[in-house]
Write a protein that binds this ligand. Structure first.
Ligand SMILES: [Zn+2]
Length: 450
């Protein structure tokens, strides 16, 4: 089959038997199925008819943990003091202003911001299911479907992680603000979630909000729902020591142990944050091949602490990255934070290689969202990639062969020049072609909630 479109990148970060490496003059042909048909490094000058991409092509970044509506909190939660729990009160007020139309507008703009940052797939951890008083909408999945439509309008892929959220704490009824999150019980959650449909750009997964929000005896229902569909299953885990204390008081075990005992951990599961773990918790996560999704810009924003990412990775957990609360949306900042946090903690350098950190943000992140065929620039993979400019004030002067180090340790979202999803050129020369005035769209969508 002849290629539908051929791109030519000045440089690209490509897989290699000795480990990924930056190659020059890389021709990338995309077939009619939106997959990569050909990758040819050192192919010579840009051929006639090909789309020339100046800079460094990388696989698309996977944003493995997102709550799109938190984007509306930017700056407003940076005044005053407090903790995760006081931040959460502000977050609930914003949630109360959302309905399906407003969420469609907001999420479209947020996902367009993600596209501009190099992100080709988002894992949306979605629990705003019902009207603010808890009444289901006429279409009980109106909010989730708005998110799927938003990703389509922004030109990126989505895994909608429909989230079971039933209680305010161990044995506690949902609070007034949490009523719209709850389906009543896990069986009702499963029935509603089963009506969600994927699409070319969308896959459906499940989430347990946390051990606080799903009673232990109902965890298995969510796990079985995901398992029977071979779908991703995500769960917030031990972000706060208060969760660990409450779980120990209620069940006599850590949250990780509780999840393990109820069949929640496994190779299709992602534990998000995993900040405060015991040695046994690390072993349970690694032995079950559970992915751990780190969200370092949010974890530092919320004063959570530094999770044991290096220890988990060394023990055998794949690592993914997420921008979670969207204090910033910058996958390169998330990646470098893993290394830089570890340097501050240990006062030594060099815990992660740039290649390892890029892998977390690309192949392992996509796999954690149920897109194992994305996240690599190789034949047969989905043609999802981004291109970083190497001539900006942040990136200029670095040797191109150290493109991975430049991407992780110097570049940022503002250096992303192109984004291609399924072969489609979504961001060209730094402009989103589907949501061209992304800043204006964000301002309007956030402003509508005030
Ligand atoms: Zn979260």
């Amino acid at each position: 089959m002849p290629p539908v479109v051929t791109y030519w990148a000045e440089h690209a970060w490509l897989p290699h038997p000795n480990g990924p490496a930056v190659q020059p003059e890389v021709r990338i042909a995309v077939g009619p199925d939106g997959r990569i048909a050909e990758v040819v490094p050192r192919s010579g000058p840009c051929p006639a008819g090909a789309v020339r991409l100046a800079g460094l092509a990388l696989p698309g970044q996977a944003n493995a943990h997102s709550h799109a509506f938190h984007r509306a909190l930017r700056a407003t939660v940076q005044v005053g003091s407090g903790t995760f729990w006081t931040w959460r009160d502000t977050m609930y007020k914003v949630a109360a202003a959302l309905d399906p139309d407003r969420y469609l507008a907001l999420a479209t703009a947020v996902y367009a911001e993600m596209a501009l940052a190099g992100i080709t797939a988002v894992g949306e951890f979605h629990y705003l299911h019902h009207a603010p008083d808890g009444t289901p909408y006429a279409n009980p999945n109106a909010m989730g479907e708005a998110l799927i439509e938003a990703a389509a309008r922004a030109g990126i892929r989505i895994t909608l992680l429909d989230t079971c959220y039933l209680s305010a704490g161990f044995g506690a009824e949902p609070t007034r603000h949490q009523r719209r999150f709850s389906d009543g019980d896990a069986d009702a959650w499963a029935e509603r979630a089963a009506a969600l449909k994927g699409a070319d750009h969308a896959r459906i997964g499940a989430a347990v909000h946390s051990v606080r929000a799903v009673p232990a005896e109902q965890l298995g229902t969510v796990a079985q729902w995901a398992d029977s569909r071979r779908a991703p299953l995500h769960v917030h885990l031990s972000e706060q020591t208060a969760e660990n204390d409450a779980c120990l008081a209620a069940h006599g075990v850590t949250p990780t142990r509780l999840l393990a005992d109820h069949g929640v951990l496994g190779p299709r599961t992602s534990a998000v944050h995993a900040t405060h773990l015991t040695e046994e918790d690390v072993r349970l996560l690694a032995d079950s091949s559970t992915t751990v999704c780190m969200c370092p810009t949010t974890e530092r924003d919320l004063a959570d602490g530094i999770g044991p990412a290096r220890q988990l990775a060394s023990a055998g957990c794949p690592i993914s990255l997420g921008s979670d609360s969207h204090a910033v949306i910058d996958p390169f900042e998330e990646a470098r934070a893993l290394e830089l946090d570890e340097r501050l903690r240990t006062r030594t350098r060099g815990h992660w290689t740039a290649n390892e950190l890029l892998r977390a943000g690309t192949a392992d992140g996509h796999a954690s969202l149920g897109w194992p065929e994305a996240g690599r620039l190789e034949v047969g993979a989905l043609a999802d990639f981004c291109v970083l400019a190497l001539d900006t004030v942040r990136t200029a002067g670095a040797p191109p062969r150290l493109g991975a180090e430049t991407a992780v340790f110097a570049a940022g979202a503002a250096d992303v020049r192109h984004l291609v999803v399924g072969g489609r050129h979504v961001v060209a020369d730094g402009v989103h072609r589907l949501v061209p005035e992304t800043g204006r769209a964000l301002a309007a969508a956030v402003g509508a909630l005030r």
